[in-house]
Design a binder for this molecule. Structure first.
Ligand code: PGA
Length: 251
């Protein structure tokens, strides 16, 4: 049966990799994607900003997409150390992750800041991957769905469509911990997200919703088959080409 939403498997390399390792990793992913010649899924890698141009060059014509991990809301100016969405695009990016929980925690990024970054992505012609997710305390307090809804309403700019938005649900407590929600919990969160998107986008049924948080080669098939899950945002396991490709295959 044809799927209505093309799955997206995104690798978030975080602050890992020097040039030589990163190019080996990129080549491994590109070779695997070329060989698989998938028509029905998309594969994205998000290297550190310093390596984006080199990685984009190395995966050229393989079908692998390249994205940034963050961007500034402004196009240019006196913002020492920051990188704009336009700069990412200029290096060959098609996507940018915004509002990852590590940035929300490390830099105090609020929903309003994340929203401005998503708008910056649009201005530059990039698709933002807007990350949301509850903490363990919020989950234990039974607030998961309310937190997700508030984050979505605050972080998704108006006018978003399936062509200009990807949402990643990443429970904060599942990132890098080896812990994951159960498949029904993932499905419930994604169904709720899609429902909320119904009032924020014109075509919520077509928006891709990724699950992220300790996805690996063993649990991917089950997690990514959960209802309303259209792929994954993969951290640690995206640093191993074989495992990342196995995850992509299982989507
Ligand atoms: P993880 O990270 O797969 O290492 O848990 C996911 C993410 O932070 O995007």
């Amino acid at each position: 049966m044809a799927r209505s939403r093309q799955p997206l498997i995104a690798g978030n390399w975080k602050m890992n990799g020097l040039r030589a390792d990163a190019l080996t990793l990129a080549k491994g992913v590109a070779d695997g994607v070329r060989q698989a010649a998938w028509q029905d899924r998309a594969v994205l890698v998000c290297p550190p900003a310093t390596l984006l141009a080199a990685v984009a060059e190395s995966v050229k014509s393989s079908g692998v997409l390249v994205g940034g991990q963050n961007c500034h809301a402004k196009a240019s100016g006196a913002h020492t150390g920051d990188v704009s969405a336009e700069m990412l695009r200029d290096c060959g990016a098609s996507h940018v992750i915004v509002g990852h929980s590590e940035r929300r925690a490390d830099y105090g990024e609020t929903d309003a800041i994340v929203r401005a970054k998503a708008e910056a992505a649009w201005r530059a012609g990039l698709v933002p991957i807007v990350c949301i997710g509850e903490t363990l305390a919020e989950r234990e307090a039974g607030k998961t769905l309310a937190v997700l809804e508030a984050q979505l309403r605050g972080s998704v700019p108006s006018g978003a469509t399936a062509a200009t938005l990807v949402v990643a649900y990443e429970p904060v407590w599942a990132i890098g911990t080896g812990k994951t929600p159960t498949t029904p919990e993932v499905a419930a969160a994604h169904a709720h997200i899609r429902g909320v998107l119904g009032s924020l986008t014109a075509d919520a049924q077509s928006v891709r919703l990724l699950y992220g948080g300790s996805v690996n080669g063993r649990n991917a098939a089950e997690l990514l088959a959960a209802g309303d899950v259209d792929g994954g945002l993969v951290g640690g396991a995206s640093l191993k080409p074989d495992e990342f490709l196995a995850i992509a295959k299982s989507a």
